[in-house]
Design a protein around this ligand. Structure first.
Ligand SMILES: Nc1ncnc2c1ncn2[C@@H]1O[C@H](COP(=O)(O)OP(=O)(O)O)[C@@H](O)[C@H]1O
Ligand SMILES: [Mg+2]
Length: 230
């Protein structure tokens, strides 16, 4: 493998983030600096309220950059246009959440295909990607079922397939196993790990769960919005 492996996917320097609630200010992130390489598997740890979700939201371009710098593959987010940032979020970042966020009226395969359709991916290519993603997460035989007809583990597989169908550079996962039992959670983490090894996808997962830490290559611990260990 070539130089690509040393490319920094994220280079974050002195990132701070404040929520304003009327006159009150919540300092959710304070001078956070970290780097994530291609194929890296990082776990964000720390108690509830320590800033994990906020950090993932800024890295996923869901929340705006307020203070500090974030480079994605060498490009500073603050120097990109809004169109560039939207494209980055839509095409290069896969999201997985604790509560799956599937569309209830769509089948498993339709949930995976939906975002690709919205992105304007042509039909034949969509088919190929949907088949491949469902296969990767081991849920091809349930492809016609709707979320409510599936177990939590199956739903999270569908959500993961949806993220993978984008062919993302990075998967951002917020408490991906918190709604699952340990055995099912492990299955999900195994798929994450496989993606980092075999595809060079980076994974950044927030979790309280020591089982998740065991799969990650490294752990970054947050406390009150600050990185306390790396
Ligand atoms: N939308 C919001 N508005 C105001 N405060 C928020 C909001 N989201 C999170 N916070 C606050 O920001 C801090 C960090 O929260 P969060 O990033 O959700 O941490 P974690 O994911 O580690 O539980 C907490 O004090 C939380 O109450
Ligand atoms: Mg959170």
């Amino acid at each position: 493998m070539g130089m690509q492996d040393n490319t920094l996917l994220y280079d974050v320097c002195d990132l701070s983030f404040v929520y304003e609630l009327g006159r009150q200010k919540v300092h959710a992130l304070r001078n956070v600096s970290l780097q994530v390489k291609r194929g890296d598997f990082v776990c964000l740890a720390g108690p509830s309220g320590s800033g994990k979700t906020t950090l993932l939201s800024v890295l996923g371009l869901i929340e705006p950059l307020q203070q500090g710098t974030v480079r994605f593959e060498g490009r500073s987010l603050s120097e990109m246009t809004e169109t560039d940032r939207n494209r980055l979020r839509r095409f290069h970042i896969g999201f997985v959440f604790q509560q799956f966020h599937l569309i209830p009226v769509l089948s498993a395969e339709e949930n995976v295909e939906y975002f690709l359709t919205r992105q304007g991916v042509p039909k034949a290519e969509r088919r190929k990607r949907v088949d491949e993603a469902l296969e990767t997460v081991g849920i091809s035989s349930q492809r016609k079922q709707r979320p409510l007809e599936m177990s939590g583990g199956q739903r999270q597989r569908v959500a993961l397939a949806r993220a993978l169908a984008k062919r993302p550079n990075v998967i951002i996962a917020d408490e991906p196993t918190a709604s699952l039992d340990q055995a099912t959670g492990k299955e999900i983490m195994r798929i994450f790990a496989e993606q980092t090894r075999e595809r060079g996808v980076s994974v950044i997962a927030a979790s309280h769960d020591p089982m998740v830490f065991a799969f990650a290559a490294r752990q970054i611990e947050l406390r009150d919005g600050e990185v306390v260990s790396c």
